[in-house]
Design a protein around this ligand. Structure first.
Ligand code: AMP
Ligand code: MG
Length: 442
């Protein structure tokens, strides 16, 4: 019985098992300069080297708006596909009305009416006319159209008071697009006009690269979703997930946003793991600096190959990248200050998104502007000032909006450009040229 009287001991707590994840190291990491910094271009090129364009698939024409085509398209038909009337009037033989004038109108017998869409059997013979509406097929025999304005609009007989030339007011078959003509080339982005053209020639599906599925994860114990009250001192609304999701949407991505209102490693790990399944790209904001609670930087190396670097730019100096999970989903980790996150988006996320979409990645072409007032910068770093560009006498003038601090969302919202104050620039005098990235432009 001793066994039963023995004092029961609580089960010992199991030792936490550390799951050893086989995390591949990333290769091709760029060299840094003597001060330990990586150039913005090197970092961008490095990220671009780690992603490939998404595989294309066939999709409904309208769904492909804004996407890059993956096929060359020739016209399968002439446009117009048949000779048709450009005006409401009468289909005639031009020779019949060659002498018509308002003083001496020519009378023609009206043998019928043809409306747009009719498959009419009517024929125009010498001395006759067919009443015809815009877009209706020109009846055999007719070679011109007399607009209503130059007739008495008669029903059984019509008085024509002006001559027309052969072919006048006739939209000839193939006069717009010829059968077999190249319409679109692979790599071209479908805009409204090209979609209209493809629809006109009868195409309803195209092979295009899909919208990248992108999840923005903002992290930070201080974050509260907009729409909810800030319950405690110290909390702020999550601006970044909205800011970055909107910016990525404008580039053509399909977006989801998630807030992790925590600096707990497990919370971050869990959310990222959950999102991997639906993401072609994950963007995180916050938690990659040197603070005690910079949890993204602590957690992500357990989930994939990662690279944390300091880039010679301001804002946006700390940057992170990873290929996360079994499927090595690319993840770009940007700092938490909203302006830093936004500048990082323009410098790094945008090119990556464009590459995923099969577009030329580096298309933020710096535009030469003239400084409206003196601008100061820090040597050794590429500084991104927030600028307002206005056109004046055919020239683009730029002024800085607010200061350099990267929490200034009010100023960011007023700006329409990023002013590039290069690594060797300390001062740009008023009237001097300075390069800018114009925002919200292709
Ligand atoms: P972190 O990069 O996490 O050190 O954050 C830097 C600064 O950005 C801190 O002042 C944060 O409160 C702020 N911040 C971080 N995430 C967000 C966010 N989602 N929206 C607005 N501000 C943020
Ligand atoms: Mg933080």
């Amino acid at each position: 019985m001793a066994l039963f009287r023995r004092k029961k001991m609580p089960e010992p707590e199991p030792e936490p098992t550390i799951v050893e994840v086989d995390v591949p190291a990333l290769d091709g990491i760029p060299e840094v300069s003597d001060d330990g910094l990586r150039s913005m271009q090197d970092h961008r090129d490095y990220l671009l080297s780690k992603v490939e364009p998404l595989p294309p698939f066939g999709m409904a024409l309208l769904d492909a708006w804004g996407l890059a085509l993956c096929e060359d398209i020739q016209s399968p038909t002439h446009l117009p596909t048949f000779d048709n009337s450009q005006m409401d009037g009468y289909a005639v033989l031009a020779a019949d009305v060659a002498l018509a004038s308002s003083e001496e109108p020519v009378e023609l017998k009206v043998v019928g009416v043809v409306n747009a869409g009719d498959a009419s059997e009517l024929i125009v013979e010498k001395g006759t006319a067919v009443r015809i509406m815009t877009g209706a097929a020109i009846p055999p025999g007719a070679d011109a159209v007399v607009p209503f304005e130059d007739t008495d609009r008669g029903d059984d007989v019509v008085q024509v008071s002006r001559s027309v030339e052969v072919g006048q007011f006739v939209r000839a078959v193939g006069s717009d697009v010829v059968d077999g003509a190249p319409l679109m080339a692979r790599g071209q982005r479908l805009d409204a006009r090209s979609i209209g053209l493809l629809a006109a020639v009868g195409i309803d599906k195209v092979l295009a690269r899909p919208r990248p599925r992108v999840v923005v994860v903002s992290t930070g114990a201080e974050l509260v979703d907009p729409g909810r009250p800030l319950a405690e001192r110290g909390q702020i609304h999550d601006a970044n997930s909205y800011l970055i999701a909107a910016a990525a949407k404008a580039e053509g991505a399909q977006m989801w946003r998630v807030t992790v209102p925590s600096d707990d490693p497990n919370a971050v790990r869990e959310v990222i793991s959950d999102q991997l399944i639906r993401a072609d790209l994950i963007i995180s904001t916050g938690g990659i600096s040197e603070g005690d609670r910079d949890v993204v930087k602590q957690v992500m190396p357990q989930m994939g190959g990662t690279d944390f670097s300091q880039v010679a730019m301001q804002p946006g100096k700390p940057q992170g990248f990873g290929l996360i999970g079994e499927d090595e989903v690319p993840m770009i980790m940007v700092p938490g200050n909203p302006v830093s996150a936004y500048v990082s988006f323009q410098a790094f996320v945008r090119p990556v998104l464009r590459k995923l979409m099969g577009l030329e990645p580096q298309n933020h072409v710096p535009v030469r502007c003239i400084a409206s007032s003196t601008m100061r910068s820090v040597r050794g770093k590429l500084q991104f000032g927030r600028g307002e560009v206005v056109s004046s006498n055919g020239q683009r003038m730029v002024s800085l909006v607010g200061g350099h601090s990267s929490h200034l969302l009010g100023d960011l919202a007023k700006s329409n450009a990023l002013v590039l104050l290069g690594e060797d620039v300390e001062t740009v005098e008023a009237g001097q040229p300075v390069m800018c990235w114009i925002l919200d432009h292709d």
